[in-house]
Design a protein around this ligand. Structure first.
Ligand code: PLP
Length: 342
C-alpha cells in the first residue's frame, strides 16, 4: 500500500470513522444519502473535524520540540476545544485566545468553554466590543506571538496553530480523509460531498483529496456551505492551502478555483446566529434518523444540502455524502446560539 503522508503524526482519533446510509431520509429526498461520521473522531464524546488536522499539527509541534499549543477561536469554538484535548493527550500545555462573539456568562460556563476549563486550558478572552473580526484575529495573533516570545525566555516552546487549523499540514489530514471515504464505499460513485465551511481548511483538504483520489471515471464534487460571510480572497487562500497540501503529500495534481464550490446562502444572519432553515434541518435529521447536528455548522450545512435537493441542483438519484463535522456540543451552549429547536 502506498503511504501518502510521511509527515509526523500524533494519533488522536479513531479512524476510519464510520460511514452509513440514511435510508429513511434517502427515500424521502430521492437521493442516496450517506453520512460520514467525523462527529465520532474521538478521542472523547466531543470529537469533530479538527481531530484529522490536529493529528498532523500536533505531530509537527512535537517534532519541533514544542511543549505548548496556542490557538484561536470563538468562546464556543470546537477547534479550540479539540486543540485543548489534543494538547492534553500529547502531554502539552494549551493556551486559547477566544473571541467573545457570543460572550459566556460569568459563572455559567457551558458546552465547549466548560470543556476548555475542565481541561485546564489557559484562556485569554479577546473582546469584540470595538473590533471587527479581522481586527480581533490580527490582535489575537500579535498577542499570541508575544506570549510565545515570553515563554521562550523561560525555556518553553510554543507552537501556534492558526484559527481552525487551516494550514497545508492540517489539510493533508482531510485529503487523506477523502481517500478513507472513497475506500469505504467501493460500490458507490460519490457525486457530492457536502460540508459546512468556516476557515476552509476542511474544504481545502477535501478538494485536494477529490482531485487526487476520486474514481478516475467519476470525480466527486465538494460542496462547501459557508457558515459565515467570506471575502473573495478567502477562496484563493483555500486553493493555495489545497495545493500546498498536495505538495506535502508528494502528489502531482493541482487544484484551481474551478474545483471549489462554496455557497454563502445558508448562514442566515451570521456566525453563531441560529437560522430558521438550520433549525428545521436539525429537527428533520433528528426526527427522521435520530442523528444530532448543531446550530452553528452542521445544521446550516445540512439546510444547504436539503435546499440543493429541493431545487434540483442535486439531481434525484445522486449519491451524496454529508460530512458530519461534529460540533454537537453547541446544543448545550448559550440559548442565543442554540435557538429554537422544538
Ligand atoms: C462542527 C464544525 N464543522 C465545520 C467546521 C468548519 O471547518 P473549517 O474551519 O475547516 O472550514 C468547523 C470549524 O470549526 C466545525 O467546528
Amino acid at each position: 500500500m502506498v503511504e501518502y503522508n510521511k509527515l509526523p503524526k500524533f494519533e488522536l482519533g479513531f479512524f476510519p470513522t464510520p460511514v452509513h446510509k440514511l435510508d429513511r431520509l434517502s427515500n424521502q429526498l430521492g437521493v442516496n444519502l450517506y453520512l460520514k461520521r467525523d462527529d465520532l473522531t474521538g478521542p472523547n464524546l466531543f470529537g469533530g473535524n479538527k481531530i484529522r488536522k490536529l493529528e498532523y499539527l500536533v505531530g509537527d509541534a512535537l517534532k519541533q520540540g514544542a511543549d505548548t499549543l496556542i490557538t484561536f477561536g470563538a468562546t464556543q469554538s470546537n477547534h479550540a476545544m479539540e486543540t485543548a484535548v489534543a494538547a492534553r493527550k500529547a502531554g502539552l500545555d494549551v493556551i486559547l485566545y477566544l473571541e467573545t462573539i457570543t460572550p459566556n456568562k460569568a459563572g455559567d460556563d457551558r458546552a465547549n468553554i466548560l470543556v476548555d476549563k475542565i481541561l485546564g486550558a489557559k484562556i485569554h478572552y479577546v473582546s469584540m466590543a470595538d473590533r471587527t473580526e479581522a481586527q480581533a484575529d490580527a490582535f489575537a495573533m500579535e498577542e499570541a506571538k508575544q506570549e510565545a516570545a515570553e515563554l521562550a525566555k523561560t525555556g518553553h516552546k510554543a507552537y501556534i496553530i492558526p484559527v481552525g487549523g487551516a494550514t497545508p499540514i492540517g489539510s493533508t489530514g482531510f485529503a487523506l480523509g477523502f481517500k478513507e471515504l472513497i475506500d469505504q464505499l467501493p460500490d458507490v460513485a460519490v457525486d457530492y460531498i457536502v460540508q459546512g465551511s468556516g476557515t476552509g481548511g476542511t474544504a481545502a483538504g477535501l478538494i485536494a483529496g477529490a482531485k487526487a483520489f476520486s474514481r478516475p471515471d467519476h470525480p466527486t464534487e465538494i460542496l462547501s456551505i459557508n457558515v459565515s460571510p467570506k471575502p473573495e480572497e478567502h477562496y484563493q487562500k483555500v486553493v493555495n492551502i489545497a495545493n500546498d497540501a498536495l505538495d506535502l503529500l508528494g502528489l502531482e495534481q493541482n487544484v484551481s478555483l474551478a474545483d471549489t464550490h462554496f455557497d454563502q446562502s445558508y448562514f442566515g444572519d451570521g456566525y453563531e446566529i441560529p437560522s430558521e432553515s438550520g433549525s428545521a434541518a436539525i429537527q428533520l435529521l433528528a426526527r427522521t434518523e435520530g442523528i444530532l447536528t448543531d446550530p452553528v455548522y452542521t445544521g446550516k450545512a445540512f439546510a444547504g444540502l436539503l435546499d440543493y435537493v429541493k431545487t434540483g441542483k442535486i439531481k434525484p438519484g445522486s449519491n451524496v455524502v454529508f460530512w458530519h463535522t461534529g460540533g454537537v456540543s453547541a446544543l448545550f451552549a448559550e440559548d442565543k446560539i442554540v435557538g429554537k429547536l422544538y
